[in-house]
Design a protein around this ligand. Structure first.
Ligand code: ARG
Length: 459
């Protein structure tokens, strides 16, 4: 028997070198559940359309379920002689029951693979959003645990103004929430059924596409058969969402790496997620976080691969499209792996409260508050900024802190300033002074923690 299902037209079998080059079964077999789901729905619809007997449908479904079990158990005889998972499964089905030869009625691998891939992406998005939620919850727990801890906020990696550590952590909860929304949005566009498009032009057979959509829980059927078999926008959107998610996770990892360094000393990482050195006995290295930072680079790379893969393709299906899978699977696995590591690591982070307090108490962090004080007492902002800048320079030249400047140096700015001088330099009082919505004022931050709690619970 011919080893290919298109053998009728050929005199020769595919060259062995080409077979090895073109096979995808070694990696697309992970779509088996989704492929079989699609086949069962297709068979059910064929039966309802009068194209398959009741018995035949039964046999096909039973056969596919048995194959699925074999695959799950790891005993299915995958073979690269049959280039992809679709042909491996169909061949095994036909070997079990001759009516398996009717399963592919009105179907092409082009609409078949697009269907399996969409089912897979939809499911994966649900897992990703779940995993994102777990990281968000871990961050909110941490924010609550250390809700009274102040740290320096940074710009340009230079100390800028005091903030609550919780405020910094909730910034990442915001980013992750946008990531989750983007995935949910993209899922809508993955939620469209290609099956029934055939190779590209539809079918002369009375296939009921809406019935298949209903059976597979797709909310729409693709409106254009040519678009349906060549569209991989949903892959691009998914990979783009993961790339941006990865960017956020990488920035978070970098923040934690900095905080846990001796130079910052704001926090310690749980030992279970760090490594020692084979040479230097004192070392405790943040490898888990470095790998999050490193691996997330692949998410951007995979997005670019697919964009480049697609950009020169004429309509409709081209075999190039088979190359969509490895990048897709790699991004899905990498993203989920990073999310799970972070959700596990975050609860073990220990904050060094003394060190945070000390770092946040640097009076320089409140130079802006001094400017605001002067503005509140009638000075023009630019003038106040300049005057405080001179005080900073003065303190620096005398090697004292801003708070230590004597009354005679500050009195010229405003007669009331010396008497209120000391109050200005309390970082706690300073964050309590924040008025604006979205700032690091403790009551706002606590309210945000509560809001996120409710939101994450109801999601
Ligand atoms: N393995 C192929 C893929 O992943 C399935 C579709 C093959 N279609 C074809 N006309 N050769 O894209």
């Amino acid at each position: 028997p011919s080893i290919s299902p298109w053998g009728g037209r050929f005199h020769e079998t595919p060259d062995i070198l080409f077979r090895r080059f073109s096979e995808s079964v070694s990696f697309d077999q992970r779509l088996y559940r989704h492929d079989i789901l699609g086949s069962i729905a297709h068979a059910t619809m064929l039966h309802e359309a009068g194209l398959l007997g009741a018995e035949e449908r039964e046999e096909i479904v039973r056969g596919l379920e048995a194959i699925q079990e074999e695959i799950a158990k790891g005993v299915f005889p995958w073979s690269t002689d049959w280039e992809d998972l679709h042909m491996n499964i169909e061949r095994a089905l036909i070997a079990r029951t001759p009516c398996g030869a009717k399963l592919h009625t009105g179907r092409s691998r082009n609409d078949q693979v697009a269907t399996a891939l969409r089912l897979w992406v939809k499911e994966e998005i649900d897992s990703d959003r779940e995993a994102i939620r777990a990281v968000q919850s871990a961050l909110v727990d941490w924010a609550e645990r250390d809700v009274d801890v102040l740290i320096p906020g940074y710009t340009h990696l230079q100390r800028a103004q005091p903030v609550l550590l919780a405020h910094h952590l909730l910034a990442y909860v915001e980013m992750l929430s946008r990531d989750s929304d983007r995935l949910r949005e993209g899922r809508k566009r993955a939620d469209v059924l290609p099956l029934g498009s055939g190779a590209l032009a539809g079918s002369t057979l009375p296939l009921d596409r809406h019935r298949v959509a209903e059976l597979l829980h797709f909310s729409q059927v693709a409106r254009n058969s040519m678009d349906a078999v060549s569209d991989r926008d949903f892959v691009v959107e998914y990979l783009a969402s993961l790339a941006l998610l990865g960017t956020h996770l990488s920035r978070f990892a970098e923040d934690l790496i900095l905080w846990s360094s001796s130079e910052f000393g704001l926090a310690s990482l749980p030992e279970g997620f760090t490594t020692g050195s084979s040479l230097m006995p004192q070392k405790k290295n943040p490898d888990a976080l470095e790998l999050v930072r490193g691996k997330t680079g692949r998410l951007s790379g995979n997005l670019l691969s697919i964009l480049i893969l697609l950009k020169g393709l004429p309509l409709t299906y081209n075999r190039d499209l088979q190359e969509d899978k490895e990048a897709l699977f790699d991004s899905a696995d990498t993203a989920l792996g990073c999310l799970r590591i972070l959700a596990a690591l975050i609860p073990g982070v220990v904050v060094h409260r003394d060190r945070c307090e000390q770092a946040a108490s640097d009076p320089m962090l409140l130079a802006t508050d001094l400017v605001d004080w002067l503005v509140n007492h009638g000075m023009a902002f630019r003038e106040a900024h300049h005057a405080v800048g001179r005080l900073v320079a003065l303190a620096e030249s005398r090697e004292v802190s801003l708070a230590e400047l004597p009354a005679e140096d500050v009195a010229p700015l405003h007669p009331k300033l010396p008497s209120e001088w000391n109050e200005i330099w309390s970082p706690r009082a300073a964050i309590e002074r924040r008025q604006t919505e979205g700032s690091s004022r403790p009551i706002f931050v606590r309210a945000e923690i509560e809001r996120w709690r409710r939101e994450l619970r109801s999601a």
